[in-house]
Design a protein around this ligand. Structure first.
Ligand code: AMP
Ligand code: MG
Length: 498
């Protein structure tokens, strides 16, 4: 299955397409559909520069044609990747890029290989009954939340651009369509391994695993157990990633195995949302009736997903299946503790505690504080930020949230006793662990509604600029640190970005 390389288009990126070159049979060639009236909605200049692209050219007529899918840039080899996935626990053997196309890969300014891919560029061989399209609202949501995560320092795929196509897409009602250009360390997913394990057997899985190792864990190439080590490396990245999510109140919303990367980047901002009042049971996705992907379930689900990856890798781990299962199980069973360690690291950062003290005391400090928030339905982000303010000499925000609550005062005394060795370095760490601004649901909805219903991008741009600097409190942005009215949050629902 060869894709057609396009030598003639504008030179926007220096493509070097290892997936197309090395993984013949792991994809189907595809072509983006034409957009009738492309309009550049947003270009990520900083990211374009990171990719060593010419920003002016990208923002010019040829660039916009490319970002709309109307013109292929030189060196692009558009392809739809094959993958399977467990969706809400059920296996879908054939998913694949139904509305996405990998254009190719570039080596970025830091020497890192990055995928450049479209989302919403039309039908592919994997579209099944779908239209391959993306509506403008979900494209802008992915842009906003992805950039918010990046600014928080959390591993994530990024949005390079959003272009409105000028065509309507048919959803519950007609909506303006868009193409999102997404940049990722790779688009390899747990579901990619599941696809080749289910349909093709160990040789193909090995080819894929070798590709993944080469791309994400090259130091494992000479390892005596490279595939077990790959599983462990993915587990390590996910253990940390989920801890980082929990640290900012992020709920992915649809942690299907096709939405879990091998790279450890957050991917697919569909029904995601940030928690406001703390509750581990928080879930916003309209289709997650049972709360499978609730805030506090995410580490368990990551382990469940890693088990699916382990199953695909088993034949590579050992020819003796019992031995293979034993080895993989040990990695999987270590996951909760691995995650707990990352979680503690995150929480110590948030509480301004140094990393090398009594684990039991610090875990209890963290869980006791969360329990106070839970009982009192206090905003997660603002309460931790108030702890930072207090550590930094401003007690008022904390007092505003808790008043003279005796239980809280008891906790605060324990916290301060533990915090005696407070240093400027710890307070700075604390600041960067406790953002002032997260992508609050009502603000995201307002921004998307203005963009889609009124063609007014000002609220989107304003919110984006706030989220790009999440750690410095600014009086003029105070409204963005306000939780939504409780009634709004209680009824808030997010939908898969189809
Ligand atoms: P997602 O919910 O975006 O993670 O997508 C899950 C699966 O459904 C993937 O295989 C997508 O390619 C596919 N899919 C989602 N939306 C569409 C669409 N509008 N057209 C075709 N395939 C889609
Ligand atoms: Mg997906």
């Amino acid at each position: 299955m060869q894709t057609t390389n396009s030598p003639t288009g504008p030179v926007l990126f220096r493509f070097d397409n290892s997936y197309a070159r090395d993984l013949d049979g792991f994809y189907r060639p595809g072509q983006p559909e034409n957009a009738s009236k492309p309009q550049l909605i947003r270009l990520n200049h900083a990211l374009a520069e990171e990719l060593l692209a010419d920003v002016d050219q990208l923002a010019g007529p040829d660039g916009v044609s490319v970002l709309a899918g109307n013109l292929l840039p030189a060196g692009a080899e558009p392809l739809a990747q094959a993958y399977a996935g467990h969706q809400f626990g059920n296996f879908s053997p054939r998913l694949g890029d139904g509305r996405a196309l990998l254009l190719g890969e570039v080596i970025d300014r830091h020497g890192k290989r990055r995928d450049i891919a479209f989302k919403g560029s039309g039908r592919t061989p994997f579209s099944r009954s779908g239209d391959g399209k993306c509506a403008l609202g979900p494209a802008l949501r992915e842009y906003l939340v992805g950039e918010a995560m990046a600014a928080l320092g959390i591993p994530t795929t990024r949005a390079l651009a959003v272009v409105a196509t000028g065509d309507m897409v048919r959803r519950e009602r007609p909506l303006p369509g868009a193409v999102l250009t997404r940049v990722a360390a790779s688009h390899l997913r747990v579901g990619t391994f599941e696809f080749f394990a289910a349909h093709h057997g160990p040789e193909r899985v090995k080819q894929l695993a070798d590709f993944a190792i080469n791309r994400h864990d090259p130091q494992l190439a000479g390892h005596d157990q490279p595939y077990l080590a790959l599983l462990e490396a993915v587990a390590e990245r996910q253990a940390e990633l989920i801890a980082r999510w929990l640290g900012v109140g992020f709920i992915h919303g649809v942690m299907n195995t096709d939405n879990m990367t091998i790279s450890g980047e957050t991917i697919d901002y569909g029904p995601c949302a940030f928690m406001e009042a703390y509750s581990p049971r928080t879930v916003f996705s309209s289709i997650d009736i049972a709360g499978r992907y609730a805030y506090g379930q995410q580490a368990n689900i990551a382990q469940w997903n890693l088990t699916r990856l382990a199953e695909a890798l088993l034949p590579l781990i050992d020819a003796d299946s019992e031995r293979a299962v034993g080895l993989a199980t040990a990695v999987l069973e270590a996951f909760p503790e691995r995650h707990a360690q990352h979680w503690l690291k995150v929480m110590r950062g948030k509480l301004g505690l140094d990393q090398n003290k009594d684990v039991t005391v610090d875990r209890k400090l963290a869980t006791d504080f969360l329990e106070l928030l839970h009982q009192r339905k206090i905003d997660f982000t603002n309460s931790f930020r108030a702890l930072y303010d207090a550590a930094n000499g401003q007690a008022a925000p904390l007092h505003q949230l808790f008043g003279d609550d005796a239980q809280f005062t008891h906790w605060q005394n324990a916290w301060q006793a533990r915090q005696l060795q407070r240093s400027a370095g710890l307070i700075e760490t604390m600041k960067h662990a406790n953002p002032c601004y997260i992508a609050r649901n009502h603000q995201v909805e307002n921004a998307l509604e203005a963009a889609v219903e009124d063609q007014d991008l000002a609220p989107f741009e304003r919110l984006l600029s706030v989220l790009q600097q999440p750690f410095d409190a600014r009086p003029e942005d105070a409204a963005y640190a306000e939780p939504a009215p409780l009634a709004v949050t209680a009824n808030y629902q997010t939908f898969c970005g189809t």
